[in-house]
Design a protein around this ligand. Structure first.
Ligand SMILES: *[C@@H]1O[C@H](CO)[C@@H](O)[C@H](O)[C@H]1NC(C)=O
Ligand SMILES: *[C@@H]1O[C@H](CO)[C@@H](O)[C@H](O)[C@H]1NC(C)=O
Ligand SMILES: *[C@@H]1O[C@H](CO)[C@@H](O)[C@H](O)[C@H]1NC(C)=O
Length: 427
C-alpha cells in the first residue's frame, strides 16, 4: 500500500528524482544528535578544558549586520559561535562530515577534493575518487534542473552555483552519494542516492569547522525533502541546546514520524511558504516584554522565517527599537555605553545569568515564551547582550538563539510549526 502510494507520488510529483532514492535500513523515524560546535563529540572540541574555556570566553559574539538580498532565493548562516553541526557520513567507505544545519536553505553540500578554491578546513576533505558509490548527476537530470543556477560540464555533468544571502557561494558538481547517519538509537542508517553538492569552489563567511551545509529548507533538494518521505511523513523536528551550555550535551534533529511534537505545552502556528522559496515562514503578531505587549504593526502572513542557520533574530527596525525601549524600562541595570566593541547593541554587565524579563513571541495562534537565556547572549565574560537586531532588508528571521530549548516540529504535511518548551540538553 505504502509502496503503491509512493509509486503514484513518484509518477505525479514534479520532483520525480526524489523517488530514485533507496533506503536500506527502514524504520518509522530517524533521530540524530545535533552537536554544538564546542561539544566533545565535535571534532573541533578542544579537549584541554582550560583552552576551551579560554576560547569560549574570548570568543566574541556580536550580532552581525546581515545583507540578504530582498528577493534572493537563498539565505545563509552567519558563521560564528551560534552554529549547530550535524554529523553524517558520505560515501563508501564513509567519511565523516560535520555540516551546519540550516533551515534557511536547501542544498546539502560538502567541500570536495580537488579544490579549485576552498576555505581552510580542519578535518580531511571528502575525496569523491576514493568513494565507490559517488555518482555525478548528468545535466539533463531532474535534480540538476531544479537548481536555479546550473550548467553543463564538458563531460555533460551538472555543475552548480549556489549563492547565499551574505554573498557566500559554493560551486561544484551536483552528485549522488550514499549517506550514513548515526542515529540516536545506536543503529547507523544508510540511505543511497542522496543528492548533494560536491563543492570544489567555496567562498565566503565559512570557518574551518564547517565542512559544508546541510540544507533543511522546504525545497526539493533539502535533506528533509529527500529523506522525510522515507520515514512516514515529510516532517522533522529540532531541539537546539542553548548557546551557553555544558559542552558535553547535544541537541537532536528527528525526521519522519519520530519528529512528532505533542503533549502538554505545545503551541502550534500555521506554516506558510512563498512560491519558489525554500523558507519556513510563520506569522509574528508581536512580542511581549514581561506583561507589556509590543505589537508588530505590519502583521502580514508569513512575515518571519524560522532559520536554524542564523544565530540572531532580525526584526523591523522600528519594532526592534520599541522592544529595546521596553527592555530598558524593565531591566533595572544601566546599559553598557562605554564599550565600542559592543556596537549599538543593548548590553548589560552581570556576573551571573542576566535577570531579565521573559519575552513572549506571539505567533498566530501560538505564544512562545523566551527566557533570558534565549534572548541575552554573553559575548564575553560578565556581559550579556540582547540577541536581536533591526534590519531594513525586509527579510525577518527568528534565529537559533531564540529557538534553543524549544522542541520545534515542522509538519510539512499539515503545514504547521509546533513549539514545546523543552530542556534540549536532556533530549
Ligand atoms: C553595520 O551597521 C551599522 C549601523 O547601521 C553601520 O554603522 C556599520 O558600518 C555596519 N557595518 C558593516 C560592516 O557593514
Ligand atoms: C571560485 O568562485 C569565486 C566566487 O564565485 C569566483 O570568483 C572564482 O572565479 C571561482 N574560481 C574558480 C577557479 O572557478
Ligand atoms: C508602524 O509604526 C511606525 C511608528 O508608529 C510608523 O512610522 C510606521 O509607518 C508603521 N508601519 C506600518 C506599516 O504601519
Amino acid at each position: 500500500m505504502a509502496n503503491l502510494l509512493y509509486f503514484h507520488l513518484c509518477r505525479f510529483v514534479v520532483y520525480t528524482f526524489l523517488c530514485q532514492t533507496t533506503i536500506r535500513a527502514y524504520n518509522t523515524g530517524l533521530s540524530v544528535e545535533l552537536i554544538h560546535k564546542n561539544s566533545p563529540k565535535s571534532p573541533f572540541y578542544k579537549s584541554n578544558n582550560k583552552l576551551y574555556m579560554h576560547n569560549r570566553r574570548d570568543s566574541f559574539y556580536r550580532v552581525p549586520n546581515k545583507s540578504y538580498p530582498l528577493n534572493g532565493p537563498f539565505t545563509r548562516v552567519t558563521s560564528n559561535n551560534g552554529d549547530y553541526l550535524m554529523k553524517l557520513s558520505l560515501g563508501t567507505p564513509p567519511v565523516d562530515v560535520y555540516g551546519l544545519v540550516d533551515t534557511g536553505s536547501d542544498l546539502v553540500w560538502a567541500q570536495c577534493i580537488p579544490c579549485q578554491g576552498c576555505y581552510k578546513q580542519k578535518n580531511p576533505m571528502f575525496d569523491p575518487k576514493r568513494s565507490k558509490t559517488y555518482t555525478p548527476s548528468p545535466c539533463d537530470s531532474k535534480e540538476c534542473n531544479s537548481l536555479i543556477e546550473h550548467s553543463c560540464s564538458p563531460q555533460k555533468m551538472c555543475t552548480y552555483t549556489y549563492p547565499y544571502g551574505d554573498n557566500s557561494v559554493t560551486e561544484g558538481l551536483l552528485s549522488r552519494e550514499t549517506v550514513t547517519f548515526s542515529s540516536t538509537n545506536g543503529k547507523p542508517v544508510v540511505v543511497e542516492g542522496i543528492i548533494f553538492g560536491c563543492g570544489h569552489n567555496n567562498t565566503g563567511s565559512f570557518n574551518e569547522n564547517d565542512m559544508g551545509i546541510i540544507g533543511l529548507g522546504g525545497g526539493p533538494l533539502s535533506l528533509v525533502s529527500q529523506i522525510g518521505k522515507l520515514y512516514g511523513s515529510k516532517s522533522f523536528s529540532q531541539c537546539l541546546v542553548p548557546f551557553r551550555t555544558d559542552p558535553h550535551t547535544s541537541g537532536t534533529i528527528s525526521f519522519g514520524d519520530a519528529s512528532d511534537v505533542s503533549g502538554e505545552g505545545v503551541a502550534t502556528t500555521p506554516l506558510l511558504s512563498k512560491a519558489g522559496l525554500p523558507y519556513y515562514l510563520v506569522t509574528l503578531e508581536g512580542i511581549s516584554v514581561g506583561d507589556k505587549f509590543v505589537p508588530l504593526n505590519f502583521s502580514n502572513k508569513g512575515n518571519i522565517m524560522i532559520d536554524s542557520g542564523t544565530p540572531a533574530t532580525y526584526l523591523p527596525p522600528e519594532f526592534y527599537d520599541r522592544l529595546v525601549q521596553e527592555l530598558k524600562k524593565q531591566i533595572s541595570l544601566p546599559p553598557i555605553r562605554d564599550d565600542p566593541s559592543l556596537g549599538t547593541q543593548l548590553c548589560y554587565k552581570s556576573e551571573t545569568n542576566l535577570e531579565g524579563p521573559i519575552l513572549t513571541a506571539h505567533f498566530e495562534g501560538a505564544d512562545v515564551k523566551l527566557m533570558p537565556i534565549q534572548t541575552f547572549i554573553p559575548p564575553k565574560d560578565g556581559v550579556f547582550c540582547f540577541a536581536m537586531a533591526g534590519t531594513t532588508d525586509g527579510l525577518y528571521i527568528f534565529g537559533n538563539f531564540a529557538q534553543s530549548n524549544i522542541l520545534i516540529g515542522f509538519d510539512l504535511d499539515r503545514r504547521t510549526v509546533s513549539f514545546k518548551p523543552t530542556d534540549c540538553t536532556k533530549q
